[in-house]
Each structure stands twice: as structure tokens, then as C-alpha cells.
Design a protein around this ligand. Structure first.
Ligand SMILES: Cc1cc2nc3c(=O)[nH]c(=O)nc-3n(C[C@H](O)[C@H](O)[C@H](O)COP(=O)(O)OP(=O)(O)OC[C@H]3O[C@@H](n4cnc5c(N)ncnc54)[C@H](O)[C@@H]3O)c2cc1C
Length: 435
């Protein structure tokens, strides 16, 4: 992915695995979640190795907008209704702790960390904003309200949290990865207890962390029912008006803004991967309307894993797989999500109690309305006779003309339009789709 971040960071390079090896902990996946796991384990003196299918930071982490905040849309009102006030307080604390860890680490790392206020605005739902303000107050978060946020269109206000942050995600990742035992271009093709298989040999490890974005081991944990992927689009604009603070539309379908120096990052156009229209056109129309003098210097798309209840899955992969851990399902909030999950899984491996284990447990209830939506989507796609089919679970792929790829509406795997090579998992190892 050619994003603004990948153009402006120098990533360290690592050789592929050459031979079979043994380690204490194996981390699979070199995005923010996996690299933070390896870094924290190394800090704790644990013998570990990280395997990355492509280049570190080349997945969704390279396409993020890198807001560091514990304010994830209008989530606290939902969390209180869904899990209760104590759980909402824990969610706030976990993400706020994660933000503080980034702040602390960024003192030693040249990654353009800046303190910023975060804002969730709405075009028409003042009541929703008021409910969220109240929920944040109950949670104990510092909260502000702005009647007329400095955005280039009318809103009914914005609810904000001060003292959050933003940074350059790949400069950060490059700095913490450079001395870690990482093998790039080494895809894990299969797992069995205590061992994984790659094209270059096996890696034996008592503990394995799957941080591959969408987990690729399908016969445990029901992730094919618990997750879907949502794709969204980002423009980097120069000569747009200056913006202080980070902004996101409350509806989940509107625009996101943050600045990086004199560049404005404007995101939006989100839709379920493999369904719905590519969002670049609507974003580019919005950019012309709101910033007619701006120059577009870069655009990209990326996708994230969405859970059934808006909280990530971090912890034991399933009840039947001792020694196997997972980190996934960030619902487009995977910066603090990666940090809190990596810290939690590291604690679990070290045998330390972590206060957030139950809240983010992948084994929590799956009885949520989104489960039916995921199941229906899979059923409809499996019953569609069209080819090609996805090698992950056999769903019918849909051609994406804007990105010249074949995309899966069930789980979000994507394949190159010319040779069918895997671009995004969970499809793994086959290297191509089946015709
Ligand atoms: C447009 C957009 C904007 C966002 N903005 C924000 C934001 O402002 N703030 C925020 O907190 N979050 C944001 N997010 C979410 C956040 O970027 C992601 O949740 C996070 O980057 C996910 O990190 P990850 O490590 O789980 O996945 P990835 O970065 O995708 O890393 C997974 C890695 O695993 C590797 N891999 C996959 N399969 C295998 C295998 N079999 N063997 C070896 N390696 C494998 C992949 O190559 C990849 O490098 C945004 C997301 C999107 C899509």
C-alpha cells in the first residue's frame, strides 16, 4: 500500500527465515499489534521471534490515520448499555493507559507525536452527542462540548476529549522494530500445537500470538462468524485550511480529519469489503467542495476487522488451544487497541494478572445482532453461483474495478486482479483464488 506514511518513513528491512528454528514465543504478523508484542516481550527478557508475510507495517497499520485516542466514536453510551458502567470505565482506562504508553515511548522516538484534542461531531444527531457526553462523564473521562466546531460544513456540535494524541505510525513502528528478531517475506502457512509451518521451514514455540489482522486459523475460535472487514479511504491534501485537533463524524459513515504538519488527512467512504461502492469519488468530491484550492498529494484505501460488539478480541485464541493467543478486531481503533492488547497478552504469557482480560476475551458471548448479519452475508455469498471463489471458505468474490482486485464480502480477503495473489487475509497460503 502506497500511503502518505509509507512515502515518508524509512522502514528497516529484515531477511526471510532461512531454516527451521525454535523460540519461546512466536509472534505472527508485523503490524502495530505484532511488533508491539515482540517489543514488550523483548523488554521483559522473553525469547521471541516475529514472522511477517510481507514487510512490517505493510498491512492496515500502513494505512491508518493514526489518531491516538480513547474516544472511539460514540462508544461509551453503547458500552454502558451493552456491558454496564464498570466495563465502560475499564474500556476507557485500558485505552487511556495505552495512549499514555505511546506518549511515554514517543519521548525517546522521533515519531512526530503531538498532543491533540479529539472530537466526535454530528451533522444531525444532537441527542446522540448529549448522550455520549453524559456517558463519558459517568465513565470519569474529561469531556468538553463545542457548539460550532471549526469544520468546513454545518454541524449540530461536537463532543470532545482533551489531551489525546496523534503520531506518524510507521516512524514509530520502524524505531521499535529495528533491533527485534524479525523475519520478513515469511508467511505462516499452517499451525499445529507447538509448531507453525512456513515455506522455509518450521518454527517451534510453546506460545504463539496470531497478530495477522484477520486470524488465519479457521478451525478454532469462530472468527469467520465473529469478524467482518470494513474498507475506507483516505486523501492527503496540501493547501487545505489548517486544522488543530482530530475530528470524526458520529454516524460512522461521514468524514474523518487530522492534520500532519501542513497536510490534511481526510478519510471516509467506509463500507463492508466486497460490498458497496469505492469511496474515493465521494471523498474527492468533498475535497473539491470544502477545499477548492487544495492539492491532493496521495490517496489510499485500507480495511479493518469489525467485531460483533465494538470491542477488540485479545487473549486466548479459543478455549481449546492452550498456548495460542490472538489480537484482532479493532473496529478502526487499532492504535490504542494494539497497545492495550499487546500489553495484555504479554502479561498473560508472563503469568501476570491483567485487569482487562475478561472485557477483551475472545471467548465472550457472540450473541449479538451483528452475528446474524455476518451469517446471512456468508450464506448469500456461498449460495451465489458466480466465480471466482475465495480459497478461505468458498464465498463468491466480487470484482473491485477501482482497485483492480477481487474482494470477498464474507471475510474481506482480497486478491490481485491480474494474478490472483493474496493482498489481504484471512485467505492464506494458497497464493491465488480458485476459478
Ligand atoms: C482507513 C483507516 C483509518 C484508521 N485510523 C485509525 C486511527 O486514526 N486510530 C486508530 O487507533 N486506529 C485506526 N485504524 C485502525 C488501525 O489502523 C488498525 O486497527 C491497526 O493498524 C491494525 O493493526 P494490526 O497489527 O492488527 O494489523 P496489520 O497492520 O494489518 O498487520 C498484520 C500483519 O500480519 C501480516 N500477516 C498476515 N497473515 C500472515 C501470515 N499468515 N503470516 C505472517 N504474517 C502475516 C500482514 O502482512 C500484516 O503486515 C484505522 C483503520 C483504517 C482502515
Amino acid at each position: 500500500m502506497d500511503s502518505f506514511w509509507s512515502r515518508t518513513a524509512r522502514m528497516p528491512q529484515f531477511a526471510p527465515l532461512k531454516d527451521s528454528l525454535q523460540t519461546g514465543v512466536l509472534v505472527i504478523g508485523g503490524g502495530m499489534a505484532g511488533v508491539l508484542c515482540a517489543w514488550l516481550l523483548k523488554q521483559a527478557g522473553v525469547d521471541c521471534v516475529l514472522l511477517e508475510a510481507g514487510r512490517i507495517g505493510g498491512g492496515t497499520t500502513g494505512g491508518t490515520t493514526a489518531k491516538l485516542t480513547a474516544q472511539h466514536g460514540l462508544i461509551y453510551d453503547k458500552l454502558i448499555r451493552r456491558f454496564g458502567l464498570d466495563a465502560a470505565k475499564l474500556y476507557w482506562q485500558a485505552n487511556q493507559d495505552a495512549l499514555e504508553r505511546f506518549r511515554l515511548m514517543s519521548r525517546e522516538i522521533d515519531c512526530d507525536f503531538q498532543d491533540k484534542d479529539n472530537w466526535i461531531y454530528s451533522l444531525d444527531d444532537r441527542e446522540g452527542l448529549e448522550r455520549e457526553r453524559k456517558a463519558l462523564e459517568q465513565t470519569g473521562a474529561p469531556v468538553k462540548f463545542c457548539q460550532d466546531p471549526p469544520l468546513p460544513f454545518d454541524t449540530v456540535g461536537a463532543v470532545g476529549v482533551p489531551g489525546q494524541g496523534q503520531f506518524h505510525p510507521l516512524k514509530f513502528l520502524a524505531a521499535i522494530a529495528k533491533d527485534l528478531p524479525i523475519y520478513e517475506h515469511t508467511r505462516v502457512l499452517g499451525w499445529k500445537p507447538g509448531e507453525v509451518r512456513t515455506a522455509y521451514g518450521a518454527v517451534r514455540a510453546k506460545q504463539v500470538i496470531v497478530a495477522t489482522h484477520f486470524p488465519f486459523i479457521t478451525n478454532h475460535g469462530f472468527y469467520f462468524l465473529k469478524l467482518y472487514q470494513s474498507r475506507s479511504y483516505v486523501l492527503a491534501l496540501r493547501n487545505a485550511s489548517a486544522m488543530d485537533g482530530m475530528y470524526l463524524d458520529a454516524s460512522g459513515t461521514g468524514l474523518s480529519f487530522r492534520a500532519y504538519g501542513d497536510v490534511l488527512l481526510m478519510g471516509g467512504g467506509g463500507h463492508r469489503t466486497g460490498k458497496g461502492k469505492c469511496g474515493w469519488q465521494s471523498l474527492e468530491d468533498a475535497a473539491k467542495r470544502y477545499y477548492p484550492n487544495a492539492e491532493q498529494i496521495c490517496r489510499w484505501a485500507a480495511q479493518d476487522c469489525m467485531t460483533l460488539d465494538d470491542a477488540p478480541y485479545a487473549g486466548r485464541y479459543s478455549r481449546r488451544t492452550p498456548g495460542l493467543y490472538v489480537i484482532t478486531g479493532f473496529n478502526k481503533w487499532g492504535m490504542t487497541g494494539s497497545m492495550l492488547s499487546a500489553a495484555m497478552v504479554t502479561d498473560m504469557i508472563l503469568g501476570r494478572k491483567n485487569p482487562y482480560e475478561d472485557l477483551f476475551s475472545p471467548s465472550r458471548t457472540i450473541l449479538r445482532p451483528q452475528l446474524a448479519a455476518n451469517a446471512l452475508e456468508a450464506a448469500a455469498s456461498l449460495l451465489t453461483l458466480r466465480k471466482p471463489r475465495c480459497p478461505h471458505m468458498g464465498c463468491a468474490l466480487k470484482y473491485n474495478p477501482a482497485e483492480h482486485s477481487w474482494d470477498c464480502p464474507c471475510h474481506g480477503s482480497r486478491f490481485a486482479g491480474d494474478d490472483g495473489a493474496v493482498i489481504d487475509g484471512p485467505a492464506n497460503g494458497g497464493g491465488s483464488f480458485s476459478l
